[in-house]
Design a protein around this ligand. Structure first.
Ligand SMILES: CC(C)[C@H](C(=O)O)[C@@H](O)C(=O)O
Ligand code: SF4
Length: 473
C-alpha cells in the first residue's frame, strides 16, 4: 500500500493507466445515476450500440423531479413523467437496480447510497451530480461528473481524471451548543470562498470532525463542491465502521464487513502525509451561520453585521452589491430578525434522520408562525419511515409543518415545490443562488436544520439557542 493521503492511496489503488493526454484512467467502484443527468448518456450508448459494462456496480434512484405530495402515475407534470419513464426503460434494458418509489428505498441519490451500505471507505464513487462529494464522508473518493463522463463510466466503468491537490482543513476544538456540522462548512466556504477550493480536494480532519456522527460528516462533505473543491473526504474511523456495520448490506453479509475492514483501515492518510495546503479553524468560536447573499460563501454568524461590499475583496464587491439588493439586506444589519415566508427542511445536505430529530426537538410543543408555510421533505423513504415510526412526523404535523414524501423538492424546485414571487425561505439545503428555489425573485437563506425549525416557529431568522429545547418522547 502506498504512503501519503487517503486521496493518494485510493487514487493509486484504482488507477488503470496514465492516458496519452496525461490524465489517469480510474476504475469506478460505484456509479450512481438519477433521472436528470443520465438519459443523454444512455442515448449516446444506444447510438453506438454499446452495452452498460457493469450494471452490477451501478445503482439508480429518482429524486429531482419526483412529486413529494401526489405520487400516483402518470405524474401530473409531463416532463417529470417523461424523465421517470425514460429512466425506467434505461435501467430495465441495462439490468440496473432501481430504487424507485415503490421499492420503499427511493430517495435523494446522496442519501440512499450510504443507506444501502454501498458507499464505503476507499471506493471510487461517481454520479452525474455535483453533490456526489457527500460520499467522501465515509473515506470514499467521490466526484460529480458530467454527461460525457457518465457515458464513459456506463460504457467502461472507468473515468479519465486529473489528479488534484489536497488541502487539509483542520477543525480543532468542540462545537458549542446549537452549532453543528452545517455551520462548520458554511464557515469554511465563507473564509476560503466559493472558488477557494478550485484545483483541490478537501480532507476534513481534527477533533470537531472526529466528534461528528456520519450524518454531520456527510453535511460537510456535501458542500465541498460549494467551496469549489472537486471532492471532500474524512478519514474513516470507528464511527464510520459502526455506521456501516448497521446497514442492511453488512447485516446480511457480515463476512464482507470483516473482509473489507482491514482495507478500510489501511487507506487513511498517514500521520506524516504531506498536504499542498493546510487551513485551521477553531470550532469552539463558531455561532450558527446563516447566509445573507446569493452564494453559499456569503455567510455570517447569526449576530454578526452583514459586510459592506466595499470592505470585501475587489472581485467580490459587485456580486455582494447585487446579492444585497436581491436579498434586500443592508450592511451593518444582522440576519437575526429577517422575515421569512417559507421554511424548508430537506435536501441531501440536511434531511437525514438525526437532522430531523434535532429539528423536531425545537418544534415540539410549538406552532409554526401564521405567515409561514413550512414543510419537511425527508431525504429518503427510509428516513421518512423511521421518522414516522419515531413519532417525528406527528411532532412536525402538530406544529403545522407539511410532511412530504422523499425527494429533492424545494432544494432546486424541479418539481411543484417552489417559492412564489419574492418569498424568503429558511432552507437547510446547500445553494442560495438567485432563482434556485423555482422563483427568480425568491430569496433563500441557508442555515442548519435546527435554525430552520426556529425560523419556522418565529417567522424570522432567529438564533435557535434562544428557543429552549424540548425532549421528544
Ligand atoms: C440536477 C443536478 C445536475 C444538479 C447538480 O449537479 O448538483 C442538482 O442536483 C443540484 O443540486 O443543482
Ligand atoms: S437535494 Fe438539492 S443539492 Fe441534493 S441532489 Fe437534490 S437538488 Fe442537488
Amino acid at each position: 500500500m502506498s504512503q501519503g493521503t487517503l486521496y493518494d492511496k485510493v487514487w493509486d489503488r484504482h488507477k488503470v493507466t496514465t492516458l496519452p493526454n496525461g490524465q489517469d484512467q480510474l476504475f469506478v467502484g460505484l456509479h450512481l445515476i438519477h433521472e436528470v443527468t443520465s438519459p443523454q448518456a444512455f442515448g449516446m450508448l444506444r447510438e453506438r450500440d454499446i452495452e452498460v459494462a457493469r450494471p452490477d456496480l451501478t445503482l439508480a434512484t429518482v429524486d429531482h423531479i419526483v412529486p413529494t405530495a401526489d405520487q400516483s402515475r402518470p405524474y401530473g407534470d409531463d416532463a417529470a413523467e417523461n424523465m421517470m419513464s425514460e429512466l425506467e426503460e434505461n435501467v430495465r434494458d441495462a439490468g440496473i437496480d432501481f430504487l424507485d418509489p415503490t421499492s420503499g428505498e427511493q430517495g435523494i441519490v446522496h442519501v440512499v447510497g450510504p443507506e444501502q451500505g454501498l458507499t464505503q471507505p476507499g471506493k471510487t464513487i461517481v454520479c452525474g451530480d455535483s453533490h456526489t462529494s457527500t460520499h467522501g464522508a465515509f473515506g470514499a473518493l467521490a466526484f460529480g461528473i458530467g454527461t460525457s463522463q457518465i457515458r464513459d463510466v456506463l460504457a467502461t466503468q472507468t473515468i479519465a481524471m486529473e489528479k488534484q491537490k489536497v488541502r487539509k482543513i483542520q477543525v480543532d476544538g468542540e462545537l458549542g451548543e446549537g452549532v453543528e456540522a452545517k455551520d462548520i462548512i458554511l464557515e469554511i466556504i465563507r473564509r476560503l470562498g466559493t472558488e477557494g477550493g478550485v484545483g483541490y480536494v478537501y480532507e476534513y480532519a481534527g477533533e470537531a470532525i472526529e466528534d461528528l456522527d456520519m450524518e454531520g460528516r456527510m453535511s460537510i462533505c456535501n458542500m465541498s463542491i460549494e467551496g469549489g473543491a472537486r471532492a471532500g473526504y474524512v478519514n474513516p474511523d470507528e464511527t464510520t465502521f459502526e455506521w456501516l456495520e448497521e446497514t442492511d448490506y453488512f447485516q446480511e453479509n457480515p463476512e464482507k464487513f470483516d473482509e473489507l475492514k482491514p482495507y478500510w483501515e489501511s487507506i487513511s492518510s498517514d500521520d506524516d502525509a504531506e498536504y499542498d495546503d493546510v487551513v485551521r479553524i477553531d470550532a469552539s468560536e463558531l455561532d450558527p451561520v446563516v447566509t445573507w447573499g446569493t452564494t453559499p460563501g456569503q455567510g455570517i454568524g447569526i449576530h454578526d453585521p452583514i459586510p459592506a461590499p466595499e470592505d470585501l475583496a475587489d472581485d467580490k464587491v459587485d456580486t455582494a452589491r447585487r446579492a444585497q439588493d436581491h436579498m434586500r439586506v443592508e450592511p451593518g444589519e444582522t440576519m437575526d430578525g429577517y422575515d421569512i415566508d417559507v421554511a424548508f427542511l430537506g435536501s441531501c445536505t440536511n434531511a437525514r434522520l438525526p437532522d430531523l430529530r434535532r429539528a423536531a426537538r425545537i418544534v415540539e410543543g410549538r406552532e409554526v408562525d401564521d405567515d409561514v408555510r413550512a414543510f419537511v421533505v425527508p431525504g429518503s423513504q427510509r428516513v421518512q419511515r423511521q421518522a414516522e415510526e419515531e413519532g417525528l412526523k406527528d411532532v412536525f404535523e402538530a406544529a403545522g409543518f407539511d410532511w412530504r414524501n422523499a425527494g429533492c423538492s424545494m432544494c432546486l424546485g424541479m418539481n411543484e415545490d417552489q417559492l412564489e414571487g419574492d418569498e424568503a425561505c429558511a432552507s437547510s439545503s446547500n445553494r442560495n443562488f438567485v432563482g434556485r428555489q423555482g422563483s427568480k425573485d425568491g430569496r433563500t437563506v441557508l442555515m442548519n436544520p435546527r435554525m430552520v425549525a426556529a425560523a419556522a416557529i418565529t417567522g424570522e431568522v432567529s438564533d435557535v439557542r434562544d428557543l429552549e429545547e424540548v425532549a421528544v418522547q
